[in-house]
Design a binder for this molecule. Structure first.
Ligand code: GLN
Length: 201
């Protein structure tokens, strides 16, 4: 069974776990380095990125996650999770994991009270996809190899950089699992190709 870890230090953890299980995969709540063993994919949830960063440092998970990423594990960051992934954060000197080739700006759609839900048309995924934005970041610019998958009000809100998928919104707060299914397909492609490599040695 495909095993997807969800960083479980803070934020929308249970909602991701529910979506993962709805798609017939095994969800693992990640709290320690040991929990990272044997994963096929990893999700960094929404929440508050500076708090999550402090907890990543406290639980010594920053480096191990960077190492997993170097090994090629597909990783999906939603909202604060996207901020954790980004190589650069507008107005801040340092990034967090700094592994996805995008620049993000925090809180670019207004304050907490300005949370809103829209329906997005995402060519590689489908139409009428509900997207909940909560003090959401957006992607300001992308590196050459990054695929822009969705925009909202001329701002990039979903992008893929090889094994990394990042979105501004919270797909896990809706009943629609198509964005997660897209990520699970990335994970399945990765496990197939890494199996092929091992078999062909
Ligand atoms: N504004 C939050 C941050 O900067 C992200 C909000 C969210 O994940 N819903 O971390």
């Amino acid at each position: 069974m495909t095993k997807i870890g969800v960083l479980a230090l803070q934020g929308a953890v249970r909602e991701h776990i529910r979506h993962i299980e709805l798609l017939g995969c095994e969800a693992i709540a990640i709290k320690t380095i040991e929990d990272l063993n044997g994963l096929d994919g990893l999700i960094l949830p929404g929440g508050e990125s500076t708090t999550m960063r402090k907890l990543l440092d406290r639980y010594r998970l920053l480096k191990p996650i960077q190492t997993l990423a170097q090994q090629g594990i597909p990783t999906f960051g939603t909202c604060a999770g996207l901020i954790l992934l980004a190589k650069k954060i507008t107005g801040f000197e340092k990034s967090h994991l700094g592994i996805m080739d995008v620049v993000v700006e925090r809180n670019s759609f207004g304050r907490q009270l300005d949370s809103f839900e829209v329906e997005l048309s995402i060519p590689s995924i489908g139409d009428d996809i509900p997207a909940v934005f909560i003090r959401a970041p957006h992607i300001v610019s992308t590196g050459d190899n990054v695929e822009i998958l969705a925009t909202f009000e001329n701002r990039i809100v979903l992008a893929k950089d090889g094994q990394f998928l990042g979105c501004s919104f919270h797909p896990e707060l809706t009943e629609d699992v198509r964005v997660l299914q897209y990520f699970i397909n990335m994970v399945n492609d990765y496990t197939k190709s890494s199996r092929t490599t091992v078999n062909s040695i």
